[in-house]
Design a protein. Sequence first.
Length: 149
Amino acid sequence: MIQIAVAPGQIWQDDCYYLDRLTGECKRKYVLVLAVDGSGDAVTAVFTSKPHGLTETPACSLGPPRAGYFVGVPGGVFNQPTWVDFSSLDTLDGFDLATHVSSGRTRLLSQTLPAEIFCGVLRCVLQSEDITARQARWIGDTAAKLNCS
C-alpha cells in the first residue's frame, strides 16, 4: 500500500463520494482536509454549491438549519458560490484514503484556499455543534500552528 502525505488545507477530488439513490451512479465531491493527526488520519469536510440555509454574510453560519463557511467563488473547480459544509465533518482513515488513491477514485488537486479563508473555516468549525471533541483538538492544533487568530 502506498503512503499518502495528507496535510491541512489540501483539497481532494473523490469521484465516488456517494451513490445517487435514484440512478446508482457515483457522485463526485471535493473534500477539504481541516486537520491531520500523527497517524495520517484526517478531519475532512466537503464543499457544496447548494446553500440550503447557509449564508454568504456572515461567512460563518452556525445554523440552524446548517453550519458551514462561505468561501466565495475561489475559481478552479469552484466556479460558483461555494461553502464548506460542516454537516459533512468526518474523520478519514489514512488507510482508506490510500486505498481510494490507489484505485483511482480519489486524487489530490493542486488548488488550495487562500490562508485567510482557510483560517476562517477553521475558526468557524471550532464553534460548530457538528464537531467532536477529538476533531476539535486536531483542528485547534492546526489553527494554532497556522497562527489563525
